[in-house]
Design a binder for this molecule. Structure first.
Ligand code: STR
Length: 364
């Protein structure tokens, strides 16, 4: 018997009651100054504690890693205290929570860094926009500048930023951490050939391009235990200025290299939610063969797709993103075939409680 969406799952150090996970969702509502998690964020996550695992929005490991207005961080004492209130509230409601550790790299803007250029694998021109806030708090789009390339000597400092962020996540009460290696952000900028023209040990061959991701994962695993670490990858993504698209090969290579490390899970963000062609089962089978461990699928999933891939043994759990926005009790609704509410797109990014903590659970 293959398991279904509502069967429990051992995920590294924790046991999930079911397999409907909440995917990371950036909402740009952290408090200023300091990118600090606040009460509406606490309430938002606490309302969604019925997820098998709540994965936080991307949270920057360092000031340098911040690429959008009002995204939270996990590098200061205030941020750790803010997150502690969030994880306490999720735990009080019976949930489990992972912190997604994020460095946006070149998907960024110098205005977030006192005029300093963002960092990346290589100083290449690329086409991408980020979201900032103007003087009266309106979210505005801005082109990303050409970044500066990180020096080889800076890499240990970068790895240390991730390690410290993972330690902070444990101090803040998170059960797990997820390393954001996807969507054209820093670790993916190193992994994908189109954004990496380095000639040092971090560029060129697949082995070299995957080196930073693996060093980060190893440093975090040594700090918090491999069974508390997940990694998110997005093979074939064109997202955030990755043009031409990342090839599937780097994803398979990374999955294979991560396989021997005893991690909690591999989180596969499929390309079709950004408008790219959908993954086929051939690739899913190759990924399954490459990675010996729990695979979480995500990206425009519905119950039918999740159940089908579970039944075919290609994933072990599914993460749902946008459906969680207007349905705080999403697992309950999915389990019982209840209708889903539609979210208001105008309140996705930035703002306050409206469109964030005011979606009710199903009552009928
Ligand atoms: C893409 C996937 C990811 O890993 C992180 C983010 C966070 C910020 C999001 C971004 C997303 C998609 C593009 C967004 C951006 C904020 C503003 C921007 C939605 C979800 C746009 O308005 C197009």
């Amino acid at each position: 018997m293959t398991p279904g969406l509502f069967d429990p799952l051992d995920l590294g150090a924790v046991r999930l009651p079911h397999r409907v996970l909440m995917a990371p969702l950036t909402r740009m509502r952290a408090s200023q100054p300091g990118d600090v998690p606040n009460e509406i964020m606490r309430d938002h996550y606490a309302q969604r504690a019925g997820a098998g695992l709540v994965i936080s929005e991307g949270t920057q490991v360092s000031p340098e890693g911040k690429g959008y207005a009002d995204t939270p961080g996990i590098h200061s004492a205030d941020q750790v205290a803010g997150w502690r209130a969030v994880t306490d509230a999720v735990h009080a409601n019976g949930g489990l929570m992972a912190a997604q550790l994020w460095h946006t790299g070149r998907v960024n803007h110098e205005s977030l860094h006192g005029g300093e250029l963002p960092v990346s694998a290589s100083a290449m021109e690329f086409r991408c926009r980020t979201s900032l806030k103007d003087a009266d708090g309106t979210v505005v789009r801005a082109n990303c500048p050409t970044p500066r390339a990180l020096d080889t000597e800076e890499i240990p400092r970068l790895v240390e930023d991730y390690r410290r962020a993972a330690r902070n996540a444990m101090d803040a009460g998170f059960d797990l951490v997820e390393v954001h290696g996807a969507h054209g952000y820093l670790l993916h900028q190193f992994l994908a050939a189109p954004s990496n023209q380095r000639t040092d040990a971090y560029g060129g061959s697949l082995e070299n391009r995957a080196r930073l991701l693996l060093e980060v994962v190893d440093a975090i695993a040594a700090e918090v235990g491999a069974d508390r670490v997940g990694v998110r990858l997005s093979p074939f993504g064109t997202f955030n200025g990755l043009d031409p698209a990342d090839d599937g090969e780097s994803g398979l290579y990374a999955a294979n290299a991560l396989s021997s490390r005893g991690l909690a899970f591999l989180h596969l963000s499929e390309p079709d939610w950004t408008g790219a062609p959908a993954l086929d089962d051939d690739f899913r089978k190759q990924l399954r063969a490459a990675y010996d461990g729990v695979i979480v699928g995500a990206g425009a999933y519905d119950v039918a797709k999740a159940e089908r891939l579970l039944a075919d043994g290609l994933i072990d759990a599914a993460a749902f993103g946008r459906p969680f926005i207007a349905n705080p009790d999403l697992p309950h609704r999915l389990a019982n075939g209840l209708p889903l509410a539609e979210p208001d797109k105008t309140t996705f990014y930035g703002g306050g409680a409206r469109g964030y903590t005011d979606y009710p659970a199903y009552d009928g």
